[in-house]
Design a protein around this ligand. Structure first.
Ligand SMILES: O=P(O)(O)OC[C@H]1O[C@H](OP(=O)(O)OP(=O)(O)O)[C@H](O)[C@@H]1O
Ligand SMILES: NC(=O)CC[C@H](N)C(=O)O
Length: 486
């Protein structure tokens, strides 16, 4: 059929089409390719470097001036387990803190057919109806929780995994889940559209599928490598086909991706080790920066390929400061140990000899405050209570809602702080929404509060995406009464 279409259509045309009448909640994308060979040959002769924009920012910034980093997203994949989609659901629940805008799972059935279910909102909401998981049989699945970097947050079509049919090729269906931000995606998209590709979403992730579809390499692994070599920015990716699961990490290792194994031999990939722990998968190792790991479900063989020669890592420090859960191991280091060390450093740089008590801004400020208290010999107390029915205030969509969310989220414990010199330690300040509210909360509760932030101010941006040299909080955004590390 694709050949007939190609004959009828002289121009190159790569289509990513939604099924004409998708079932409610289903987001199945059809990727049919009609390509003019002359056009494609010409494109192959031109150089294919990663297309870099003139200016890149450390984090993705919204056009509406919402200048917070939007780099999270969680990916999870399992292969070789009959309960793959249920395990995926649990893994995504554990990664919920990495994205609350949308969630989805794609699974490969025993017949080799891929199906996906996606929806807006939390994992529990998307899969509230048990029929949705039941509709995803098979022993391999990948999943995604989204915190958008490109493309509308509230659009179902942008929720991953994307499921595409490479109709003109024997590879069949491919599903993809992506954590990261492609800084050259607009340039790539412009080029692909000029060559006839038709995009179905406004997500940067979709360019990866079009690059795979238009690559002339064989087999699919080579196509994936070919596509990834054109990407600039951050990508930790999971691809699922009828018989394989591919895990890919960008050459600089911006975003985390780990690999583990269940007692029954099933291989698991996740953004954070906390999701492995939950499903009794033993942590084996990180997917190395620039590596592609391939697991074949027919014999469960695991092989590895290298995208590009080794380059120095540029892992995102914000993973350790805020994004990841404290019991995860990220970039080979325990997150809670890193946070405690940041708190100790803060105490050394800004001692508080006259304070009575140290309190954290829960949850993610906990270990930094503990480190501060340990290093300064001060009492450590829970002076703010976190209300857990609200999501992470940092990832709420509008400022007005964020303001109310902080009030809803944090309440002072008057008995702990009243009349005392209180050192308040938070892990990070992004917009200052939380910190400015805390100053008023604590003053009203009768405390003499000194508010501190365990992250140094961000002094400069680095190329591509958030990196170890990027400081997450901006000095200019620090509200009155707050200090940070130098
Ligand atoms: O300066 P802001 O824009 O307010 O963002 C920074 C705040 O957001 C984060 O907490 P979050 O509400 O996500 O809760 P958590 O620590 O429990 O994850 C972070 O720990 C800070 O408290
Ligand atoms: N935060 C992320 O990793 C988001 C993935 C992808 N760029 C999206 O916008 O959906």
């Amino acid at each position: 059929m694709a050949a007939a279409a190609a004959a009828a259509t002289p121009t190159a045309s790569t289509r990513l089409l939604r099924h004409s009448a998708p079932a409610p909640g289903h987001h199945q994308l059809r990727f049919s390719t009609r390509i003019d060979l002359r056009h494609r040959s010409a494109a192959r002769l031109s150089p294919a470097p990663a297309l870099l924009p003139d200016r890149v920012t450390p984090f993705n910034f919204d056009a509406d001036g919402d200048d917070h980093p939007r780099e999270e997203c969680g990916v999870f994949g399992v292969i070789g387990d009959p309960d793959a989609s249920s395990l995926c659901y649990l893994g995504l629940q554990k990664l919920q803190h990495r994205g609350e805008e949308g969630a989805g799972i794609a699974a490969a059935g025993v017949d080799g057919k891929l199906k996906s279910v996606t929806g807006l909102g939390l994992v529990g909401d998307v899969f509230r109806d048990p029929a949705r998981l039941a509709n995803l049989p098979g022993n391999a699945a990948i999943g995604h929780v989204r915190y958008s970097t490109a493309g509308a947050a509230a659009a179902l079509r942008n929720v991953q995994p994307f499921l595409a049919v490479l109709a003109a090729y024997r590879f069949g269906q491919v599903a993809v889940a992506h954590n990261g931000n492609l800084v050259n995606y607009q340039a790539l998209r412009n080029r692909l559209e000029a060559q006839g590709s038709i995009f179905n979403t406004s997500s940067d992730t979709e360019v990866i599928l079009h690059l795979i579809a238009t690559s002339l390499s064989r087999p699919l692994l080579s196509r994936i490598c070919d596509a990834c070599e054109r990407l600039a920015g951050a990508y930790s990716l999971l691809f699922l086909t009828a018989d394989k699961l591919f895990a890919v990490r960008d050459p600089l290792g911006f975003r985390p991706l780990v690999m583990g194994r269940r007692p029954n031999g099933a291989v698991v990939f996740a953004s954070e080790t906390c999701a492995l722990d939950l499903i009794d998968a033993a942590y084996e190792r990180e997917v190395a920066p620039g590596e592609v790991v391939v697991v074949d479900r027919r014999d469960m063989s695991v092989s590895s390929a290298c995208l590009v020669p080794h380059r120095p890592r540029k892992s995102c420090v914000f993973e350790h400061i805020y994004f990841a859960l404290p019991h995860s191991v990220v970039f080979g280091h325990a997150v809670h140990e890193r946070r405690t060390a940041y708190g100790r450093a803060l105490a050394e740089e800004s001692p508080a000899p006259t304070a009575d008590v140290v309190i954290p801004v829960p949850d993610s400020g906990f270990y930094a405050a503990l480190g501060f208290a340990q290093a300064s010999g001060l009492e450590f107390q829970q002076g703010l209570i976190r209300w857990h029915y609200s999501g992470r205030s940092f990832i709420q969509p509008s400022q007005a809602i964020r303001d109310l969310a902080v009030k809803l989220k944090l309440s002072p414990v008057r008995g702990v702080i009243e009349g005392k010199g209180v050192v308040v330690v938070d892990d990070s300040l992004v917009r200052g929404t939380t910190s400015s509210k805390i100053v008023r909360l604590l003053r009203d509760a009768g405390a003499r509060a000194r508010c501190t932030c365990a992250s140094p101010a961000r002094r400069r941006s680095s190329a591509h995406a958030s990196t170890a040299s990027t400081r997450p909080a901006r000095a200019s955004s620090f509200p009155t009464g707050w200090t940070s590390r130098a």
